[in-house]
Design a binder for this molecule. Structure first.
Ligand code: F6R
Length: 608
């Protein structure tokens, strides 16, 4: 993971680098650091933990150099301490790295035999040694980088600074994304366009294998052989304004409350309320009659959105769906039929496993459709068709609004597929479209449950574990509810298909275990109620999340109930997600955890 940035400027480089790092902190917050050149010599400031620690350090010991590189770290190799914080420096070469060098042990052993002395536990330090080794042979910086790179296995985006070169940053990319930005007499380099948005909107993305030479006068690109390449800059929209909390205590709470609006915006792209139909954008050239099988691939919360969508594609479009988490998908021997559709779901569009699966599916002749929240992301550029979710910037590490916008988009796609394949008639489609159009109102009602959820959170906060159960689309929702709870409260939580409880997990049930039962009054309600009774009979404390119909049918015995409006089954997962998000949020508040930046996590997971 990690975010990297470089500035070859006219004024001190550290302030703009800090600015860019703030926008990259979503990639990791284990440590941060900056290196600049002062009178030709490397000067570094590094600090463990959040960026504000580095900021405090810089306030006491500012950096004056006009050229510099910066890094925000999500630790992979080596504990998050100051010694392991980037930039790493060896003999006048400083480097920042996003990615993983898989053969670092072997390289380290070889370099040690040649006399190199290592001071960190990181994989990155070998890169600085390799480049320094080439420099000592008399190479120029660009050739030293070019010659060192073929020895690295794994993924990397890199930026280098060289003592004595006050007008130079060299960047390189293999696997991990890297962009350069064009200013007036100043040039920039960064992990993404968002990082560079305060300085420029003229961006070039490096292709795999590119090396870039960044000076105040311009930016050059070369390949492994040293041949010059053309990479034209393009205007990229990315807001220069850092997103604010808008009066909310945390970004997560703000983002939960934004859902009626952003889901409405997302749906408005596809829903024709008057005509009672879904229309995909004209440039989506896709005939679902030609598709015999779908694959859906994603990670984490986005994967759960895909799991829910599987039910929809099967039910409304009669399409068989192959679904897997991205880190597994590409290592299976999946038999692909050329020309079928592979769907990828991602908020960031940068998740390394999802991106690698996308390339894998493409290489096997699949058509690629991605549901993405970041329009300028690497996955957007690699996809044939992009269906945007209009959630806006999601800052809280725990995904909330991106999830419901993904669901909204996938629901529309499933209905469009159903119509195209003749599984749904116009009469079938119209009520589904109406239901989708009503989602923002259902969500507004769901948010009114917050005071009650705040009280329930105290009960959950005193528990060591929690179970979430549901059937049908409520099963993936149970997985998502459990993920939200564990990632921001550190309470161990599991999601289960309600019918699966008796096959093992029920052994966990006792009077201390909260079991959150997600059961709208749909066709599986009675069966889920039986599972709830099995929990109650063993003294488990249940919280029933249901609708008015379910509330009127539910047998007594649940210790608490959250009641949502009645709604058609298609849209229930979008709305039922909200009380689960609020439950996790308020439990975290009780426990005093870092809601927006939970320990060990990062918003964008750019390593495999
Ligand atoms: C959980 C969460 C993660 C992401 C996952 C995929 O709240 O946010 O599980 O959903 O890392 O990220 P994207 O959607 O950016 O590919």
């Amino acid at each position: 993971m990690c975010g990297i940035v470089g500035v070859v400027g006219r004024g001190p480089a550290a302030p703009p680098i800090m600015d860019a790092l703030r926008r990259l902190e979503y990639r990791g917050y284990d440590s941060a650091g900056i290196a600049t050149l002062e009178h030709g010599h490397l000067a570094r400031r590094r600090a463990v933990g959040k960026l504000e620690n580095l900021e405090n350090k810089l306030n006491c010991e500012p950096l004056a150099g006009l050229v510099g590189i910066g890094h925000t770290r999500w630790a992979t190799h080596g504990r998050p301490n100051e010694r392991n914080a980037h930039p790493h420096a060896v003999d006048g070469v400083a480097v920042v790295h996003n990615g993983i060098i898989e053969n670092h042990r072997e390289l380290r052993d070889g370099l040690k035999l040649a006399g190199a002395r290592f001071v960190t536990n990181t994989d990155t330090e070998v890169i600085a040694h390799l480049v320094s080794h080439e420099l000592k042979k008399g190479c120029k910086p660009v050739d030293a980088v070019r010659l060192a790179l073929p020895r690295l296995e794994g993924a990397f985006a890199l930026a280098f600074l060289f003592e004595g070169y006050e007008n130079l940053i060299i960047g390189a990319r293999k696997g991990s994304p890297l962009a350069v930005g064009y200013g007036r007499g100043e040039m920039y380099l960064g992990s993404d366009a968002i990082a560079l948005a305060p300085f420029t909107d003229m961006i070039s993305y490096l292709e795999d294998g590119d090396v870039t030479v960044v000076t105040r006068e311009g930016i050059d690109f070369i390949n492994a052989k040293g041949e010059h390449l053309r990479r034209s800059p393009a205007k990229v929209a990315g807001s220069a304004v850092l997103v604010e909390k808008g009066g909310h205590r945390h970004f997560m709470l703000k983002e939960i409350h934004e859902q009626p609006r952003v889901v409405g915006q997302t749906l408005a792209q596809y829903v024709d309320v008057v005509g009672g139909r879904i229309s995909l954008p004209k440039d989506v050239r896709l005939d679902f009659r030609d598709i015999t099988r779908l694959s859906i691939t994603a990670c984490g919360t986005a994967f759960y959105a895909g799991l829910i969508a599987r039910y929809w594609f099967e039910r409304y479009a009669g399409l068989p769906v192959e679904i897997d988490i991205a880190s597994e998908f590409r290592y299976r021997s999946v038999p692909f039929d050329p020309g079928n559709l592979a769907i990828f779901v991602s908020q960031s569009g940068e998740t390394a496993d999802t991106l690698a699966s996308l390339e894998f599916a493409k290489a096997h002749g699949q058509r690629i459709l991605s549901v993405l929240n970041v329009a300028s992301s690497t996955m957007a550029r690699a996809s044939e068709i992009v269906l945007p979710t209009l959630a806006g910037a999601e800052v809280g590490v725990a995904s909330t609004k991106a999830f419901t916008c993904q669901l909204a988009t996938l629901a529309c796609l499933a209905i469009a597929a159903g119509r195209a394949r003749g599984v749904l008639s116009a009469d079938d489609e119209a009520p589904l479209v109406r239901a989708l159009a009503d989602v923002p109102d259902y969500m507004t009602c769901a948010l009114k449950l917050e005071p009650k959820i705040r009280q329930l959170a105290h009960r959950i906060a005193s528990s060591r574990d929690a179970l979430f159960i549901g059937r049908g689309t409520n099963y993936p929702l149970a997985l998502e509810g459990a993920l939200k709870l564990k990632e921001i409260t550190y309470i161990h939580a599991e999601g289960y298909a309600a019918g699966e409880l008796k096959h093992g997990p029920i052994a966990l049930v006792d009077k201390d275990l909260p079991v959150i039962v997600i059961a709208p009054g749909d066709m599986s309600f009675e069966k889920t109620m039986s599972n709830m009774q099995e929990v109650i009979a063993r003294e488990g404390r249940t919280i029933l999340v249901t609708d008015h119909k379910g509330a009127s049918l539910a047998a007594p015995g649940s210790s608490a109930m959250l009641t949502l409006p009645d709604m058609p089954p298609l849209v229930a997962p979008l709305v039922f997600a909200l009380p689960l998000q609020l439950l996790a949020y308020h439990t975290a508040l009780v426990l005093g955890t870092d809601v927006d930046q939970p320990r060990n996590l990062a918003k964008s997971v750019t390593v495999e």
